[in-house]
Design a protein around this ligand. Structure first.
Ligand code: NAD
Ligand code: UGA
Length: 455
């Protein structure tokens, strides 16, 4: 029986390996992590991450052919294929701080593989990495004693949080980058065989390692660019009485543009878009491509502008002050169907409101624990309330920051009755029925649309 190891049991490692285990009963799948609490959670009924369908997926294979452990060394010894899915955050110190990828976890893993491997291994980059990282990994793996052969492949992950199980089950494509050598081609074929258990072969692309590494950064940059593009136009809509949803629909029906990822919002969040674009920017600067770097950096700048614009609009609309006003922030997760709050626009919005001395109450069905950690330095200044009705009680305004489906079906008459008047709603996701809210009595301020105001 073939053994696959994944180092890193996070948002990518856990779900991806659970799917491989389910689709490949002939393969033993081990997932290891240095975080013992996380490993324990994967083995329990309370998984460390929330993702629709994930609990069922893990339950179906746990301790059959899917195993979680903290014994990294034993896993390395046993595995034929090693996926590395550790975190690659933005560097917060030294050269490239705030842009470059922090590769310390990645390099540590390479050294651990080197130290513990006693037979040939295929090492798969699952984490998102700068182009040519595989070269550094190969150098570490092949330094000193060369009795074991390591073949490094790139196999970036394209799942999105909230839809991870669906994305893994029916991916648009699987991308595998390998070297055009005999051992490289053999390794690529081995990994193709794993995915071919459930992914049609014509959806499994094989490329060079460098193209694969760059394609991952490029895909995220293109996706984020669409959001920044539509968000930039939402600002213009608000000045010209054009409607951003109508504009998005009109341009999205052009098959060359396509309809998806054109929802104007308070801004994009998530652990990867900003990090990966800044990483791309840093790479371009490194290669002296100043104009290319500036082009992509603007996607991040526009996103920050949109987050700030949303927060400032609340203040300017509410008679230029939010000081002392209770504002209920509906949603803290960076998107619906996840408890993840990394880089969530809610963080910046809440910080702005607190700076303006508002009384902020945050509600979210899944992300309150993470919210408390993100805003730990503001403890005592923010209230956390799981029940949206209670959060709204006595509030001057609601700010919808996450597009949780439940928020569209709340009893807004009941909410309106419990609020201070005039009552405002700032819909940072355009996910509510604005006309109905206006008729209840709310002053409604969407993104990129004419506000519906009684004032
Ligand atoms: P994560 O922080 O949730 O998980 C990473 C895990 O790696 C952590 O649990 C950490 O303890 C572990 N780890 C770090 N060093 C280790 C070591 N030396 N040995 C064992 N375990 C170690 O991160 P994530 O969100 O799963 O992202 C992982 C990578 O995948 C990143 O490069 C990210 O850019 C990329 N990615 C993420 C997503 C996503 O939706 N989150 C999607 C596609 C790609
Ligand atoms: C994104 C990509 O979609 C995945 O393909 C990729 O694998 C992943 O990053 C990664 O590398 O980590 P994710 O960040 O989980 O996935 O979620 P998205 O659905 O892309 O949403 C990102 C942010 O953009 C969210 O805050 C979302 O609300 C926002 N968004 C999305 C909009 O504001 N408008 C849209 O039209 C779409």
């Amino acid at each position: 029986m073939k053994t696959i190891l994944c180092i890193g049991a996070g948002y990518v490692g856990g779900p991806t390996m659970a799917m491989i285990a389910k689709k490949c009963p002939d393969i033993k799948v081990l997932v290891v992590d240095i975080d013992a609490a996380r490993i324990k959670a994967w083995q329990s009924d309370r998984l460390p991450i929330y993702e629709p369908g994930l609990a069922e997926l893990v339950k179906a294979t746990l301790n059959k052919n899917l195993f979680f452990s903290t014994d990294v060394a034993a896993g390395i010894r046993e595995a034929d294929i090693i996926f590395v899915s550790v975190n690659t955050p933005t560097k917060s110190f030294g050269q490239g701080a705030g842009r470059a990828a922090d590769l310390q976890y990645w390099e540590k893993t390479a050294r651990e593989i080197k130290a513990n491997a006693t037979s040939d291994k295929i090492v798969v980059e699952k984490s998102t990495l700068p182009v040519r990282t595989a070269e550094a990994m190969e150098r570490i793996l092949h330094s000193g004693n060369k009795t074991v052969h390591f073949e490094v492949l790139s196999n970036p992950e394209f799942l999105a949080e909230g839809t991870a199980t669906k994305d893994l089950e029916t991916p648009d494509r699987i991308l595998i980058g390998g070297h055009d050598t005999e051992s490289g081609r053999r390794a690529v074929a081995s990994l193709v065989d794993v995915y071919a258990h459930w992914v049609p072969r014509n959806r499994i692309l094989t490329t060079s390692v460098w193209s694969s590494e760059l394609s991952k950064l490029a895909a995220n940059a293109f996706l984020a660019q669409r959001i920044s593009s539509i968000n930039s136009l939402s600002a213009l809509c608000e000045r010209t009485e054009a409607n951003i949803s109508e504009v998005a629909r009109a341009i999205g029906m052009d098959a060359r543009i396509g309809a998806r990822f054109l929802n104007a919002s308070v801004g994009f969040g998530g652990s990867c878009f900003k990090k990966d674009i800044l990483n791309l920017v840093y790479l371009c600067q490194h290669y002296g491509l100043t104009e290319v770097a500036a082009y992509w950096e603007q996607v991040v700048t526009m996103n920050e502008y949109q987050e700030d614009r949303f927060a400032r609009k609340m203040s300017s609309t509410m008679f230029n002050t939010v000081a002392g006003k209770r504002i209920a922030v509906f949603g803290f997760a960076f998107k619906a169907d996840t408890g993840d709050t990394r880089e969530s626009p809610a963080i910046r919005v809440c910080r702005y409101l607190i700076e303006e001395r508002a009384a902020v109450v945050v509600t979210d069905p899944k992300a309150l624990d993470n919210a408390k950690k993100d805003l730990a330095d503001l403890a005592g200044k923010i209230t956390y309330e799981p029940d949206p009705y209670k959060a709204a009680e006595g509030a001057h305004a609601l700010a919808v920051v996450t597009d949780w489906a439940d928020y569209a079906t709340l009893d807004y008459k009941r909410i309106y009755d419990s609020m201070i008047k005039p009552a405002f709603i700032f819909d940072g996701r355009n996910c509510l029925d604005h006309k109905a809210l206006f008729e209840i009595g709310f002053n409604v301020h969407p993104i990129g649309k004419v506000p519906l105001s009684h004032l």
